[in-house]
Design a protein around this ligand. Structure first.
Ligand code: C2E
Ligand code: MG
Ligand code: MG
Ligand code: MG
Length: 292
């Protein structure tokens, strides 16, 4: 299209393109600086067992404590980094921070598995598994199975042979995988067979209205059925209400995560939260009232 407009069209297009890429470079530079200066941190959001309410793990979620803009979530800064060298630096920082946090919690008497989100680009680096092995070796006091990696289902589907092989290698190191935002990537039964990820995380878009929307409920039930058929465990994301919890319990969901249980919180708040957490009582009661 720009071509048809001749030289001028090109110039306009290039100027806009230049401006955008300069913007992106500036943003990336500032983010790299934030990493260097310790402005990034991880928040943790608990995951609980639906049946007995026990805390089964936590997801590490990146935050930027920006000096001017306040606390930023990844939607405000992470997209630009995807596919750049900074993507990998950030991912390695997240892995290292999560391992250090688990070691700290363990020393305080709380053994809690942590999952981290890793980008497609980082995961597909040739040396990913070697780097991960080297990192794990720095934390010999942590038992195998404590670290888990969340990969977007849509990412895993892009190169299923390669991602499947990588998952197998990492599982030999004691690292488990979950397929994040599951249900949004058009996964088929066949794909799942080839991806050795132990957990499926049902995308929160299906949970939100499932108690009113029959199609959403059917999808959630389908994913739970799929997880049973393939002996994977299943986590519902975005569990905001007792209503969500009671319905999920009723249809056999294993684990849940969401604002209704706890919001993502600073690392030093989690131990206190776990001590006062009341367990599954609320939605168990509601489930009994409603479904029996
Ligand atoms: P995700 O991995 O699917 O994480 C769940 C997101 O949903 C988090 O948003 C969490 O705060 C939010 N959430 C949890 N429970 C509820 C709920 O009940 N209701 C609603 N409305 N939202 C809920 P957050 O922290 O803003 O992260 C957004 C996304 O950014 C994550 O989605 C993940 O894809 C990405 N991300 C977060 N941390 C990292 C990281 O360290 N590295 C990479 N590569 N990506 C990250
Ligand atoms: Mg996630
Ligand atoms: Mg998700
Ligand atoms: Mg998501």
């Amino acid at each position: 299209q720009a071509k048809e407009k001749g030289r001028n069209g090109y110039q306009i297009f290039d100027a806009e393109h230049d401006r955008q890429s300069r913007f992106r470079q500036e943003g990336l530079g500032r983010l790299a600086q934030a990493l260097q200066q310790g402005e990034l941190c991880l928040f943790y959001q608990p995951k609980v067992n639906m049946r007995d309410g026990s805390v089964v793990g936590a997801e590490a979620l990146m935050r930027w404590q920006h000096p001017d803009k306040g606390l930023l979530t990844p939607a405000h800064f992470l997209d630009d980094a995807e596919g750049s060298p900074l993507d990998i630096a950030l991912g390695e920082w997240v892995l290292r921070s999560a391992l250090a946090q688990m070691r700290f919690w363990q020393a305080q008497g709380m053994t809690l598995p942590v999952s981290v989100n890793i980008s497609a680009y980082h995961l597909q680096q040739d040396n990913f598994a070697e780097r991960l092995a080297a990192l794990l070796a720095e934390y010999p006091e942590l038992p195998a199975g404590m670290l888990e990696i969340e990969v977007l289902e849509s990412t895993a589907l892009k190169d299923i042979t390669r991602v499947g092989a990588l998952m197998t290698t990492c599982r030999e190191l004691g690292v488990e995988f979950s397929l994040d935002d599951f249900g949004t990537g058009y996964s088929s039964l066949l794909y799942l067979k080839r991806l050795p990820a132990g957990k499926l995380k049902i995308d929160q878009s299906f949970i939100r209205d499932m108690h009113e929307d029959g199609d959403d409920l059917a999808i959630v039930q389908g994913i739970i059925g799929l997880s049973e058929a393939f002996s994977r465990s299943v986590v519902a994301e975005g569990v905001e209400s007792i209503e969500h919890g009671s319905l999920l319990l009723h249809i056999g969901c294993d684990h849940a995560q969401g604002f209704g249980i706890a919001r993502p919180m600073p690392a030093d708040a989690l131990l206190g939260w776990a001590q006062q957490w009341q367990g599954a009582a609320a939605w168990q009661l509601a489930s009994k009232r409603r479904w029996t």
